[in-house]
Design a binder for this molecule. Structure first.
Ligand code: SDX
Length: 429
């Protein structure tokens, strides 16, 4: 790729530098475009726009490749655990055994939340969507942890990062317990991260909770799959919020709010509801036809992706995990899985989906697994947010530490009225 690109605006030619990364597409640096030509670029969905430089995650959408700090997602999901991925995200390298032990120890000892946080929950209706609760409670953390909100202090940034990773499972479990009218369960330090979360969700005071190791391993792997995904909508939200200097808890709350949308993290909840609405494999064809109908707003939830124009590598691992969990439960012929497999079969052979390169994404199978584990559908996106917190916080920290970082402030193409004079109300109409 040449080191510069020429653009002609109103018969004026200008050179723009081209920057090349380690792997993946090069970029044309348009930072000086407006100053030199008076025009802006226009890319509302950012389909051709790189917003930053990053060393954290690389996606090759055509090849279906996903790397965290250079390591393939398949290998991390197979051989590591979620806290190892968190360490890799934050520090850029896989931990040594002693680094891993120290990191696990430190995260574990940040899992409790300030006891006054309990009162926040009392203000919600029991049937409040847990994502609404999470947006509120995570944002409220900045009211409790003033000693880790000075973003110019590297130590405080790290403390806030550890607190976020550690406290998300506790808050998520509290949101679930509150919704079902059961008492909150405190974390137990002798348990690993994901077992602790399962116990906080499903233990009751009346009896000892038995951790199912298959569920714990499967959920830990699901967290790894959801940890980060380059500059997706919610990560871009966290970066934009952070670019103003907002504290990390407020930025993560903004990310949670964005993730909630059905086009993004909310798709796992929407996908399961879609599978339940389809109900049986014989009804799949009519829903595929609906998804293809230009006049019908219905879309196959859990299908398609802005970047992946091949099978989402996370969806493959997700499908394998689904079979493991259902096998453990003796639910090999789970009706929802049958509908999902039939839907995938039909869609992947259909000209519409082939031509538009629509494949199952991470949200297509995750809901079946989470439902089988006992989570209600409205908790699915909460689990996505729990796992994505490490990606958000790593990307936020990378932005804060970037010396060229400045507040994000896009411009626009104005198509409104030209300047006009005010008309007093008595002279109108
Ligand atoms: C996540 O960005 C990330 O990395 C996100 C994520 C992450 O880890 O952070 O991977 C997590 O959000 C996964 C995506 C979850 N969302 C869904 O499953 C919702 C269903 N999918 C779509 O809404 C859609 O595919 C998007 C939002 C995911 C991507 O949309 P794009 O890239 O803007 O593509 P598009 O809407 O322009 O679609 C291209 C064409 C359109 O047809 P035409 O207008 O060209 O004729 O494909 C069609 C769309 O109508 N299409 C679908 C479809 N998805 C796209 N048609 C039917 N069913 C679908 N699911």
């Amino acid at each position: 790729m040449s080191a510069s690109s020429t653009i002609t605006v109103d018969d004026k030619q200008i050179e723009l530098p081209v920057k090349t990364g380690t792997i993946g597409p090069s970029v044309i640096d348009i930072g000086k475009l407006h100053a030199k030509t008076g025009v802006f670029t226009f890319d509302p969905g950012f389909t051709s726009t790189a917003s930053c430089e990053s060393k954290i995650t690389y996606i090759d959408g055509d090849a279906g490749v996903l790397l965290y700090r250079g390591y393939p997602i398949e290998q991390l999901a197979e051989h590591g655990d979620f806290l190892e991925t968190c360490y890799l995200m934050l520090f850029g390298e896989l931990p040594t055994p002693s680094q891993k032990a120290d990191f696990d120890y430190r995260v574990t000892r940040h899992t409790m939340v300030h006891d006054q946080m309990n009162r926040f929950f009392q203000g919600f209706r029991r049937d409040a969507h847990p994502m609404a609760v999470m947006v509120a409670c995570v944002g409220a953390l900045s009211a409790f942890y003033h000693d880790s909100t000075d973003i110019s202090d590297e130590k405080q940034r790290m403390v806030a990062s550890m607190r976020m990773i550690a406290k998300m499972p506790t808050l998520a479990a509290m949101a679930y317990k509150y919704s079902i009218g059961q008492p909150f369960v405190y974390p137990k330090n002798e348990l690993d991260y994901t077992s602790n979360f399962l116990r906080m969700c499903f233990a009751v005071p009346c009896e000892e909770y038995q951790i199912n190791p298959i569920f714990a391993r499967a959920l830990d792997r699901i967290f790894i799959l959801h940890a980060d995904h380059e500059q997706n909508a919610s990560t871009s939200t966290v970066r934009l919020a952070g670019s103003s200097g907002a504290n990390p808890f407020a930025c993560i709350a903004a990310g949670i709010a964005c993730l909630w949308g059905p086009a993004h993290g909310g798709a796992n909840e929407a996908a399961l509801k879609m599978l339940m609405e389809i109900g049986t494999p014989d009804r799949v064809k009519q829903y595929v036809d609906k998804a293809k109908d230009k006049n019908d707003p219905f879309r196959l939830m859990g299908f398609g992706h802005r970047v992946y124009k091949n099978y989402d590598p996370r969806a493959r691992i997700m499908q394998k995990t689904t079979h493991e969990v259902l096998g453990e439960l003796g639910l090999k012929d789970d009706p929802l899985l049958e509908v999902a497999m039939e839907l995938e079969q039909i869609a992947l052979k259909d000209e519409y989906f082939i031509e538009k390169k629509l494949y199952p994404n991470i949200d297509f199978y995750s809901g079946i697994t989470l439902k089988a584990m006992g989570f209600p559908t409205d908790m699915f996106t909460v689990l996505f947010a729990l796992a994505r917190t490490v990606g958000w916080i790593a990307q936020w920290a990378e932005m804060i530490e970037d010396p060229s970082q400045k507040i994000g402030r896009p411009r626009q193409l104005y198509i409104g009225p030209e300047q006009r004079e005010y008309v007093p109300i008595n002279s109108r109409g």
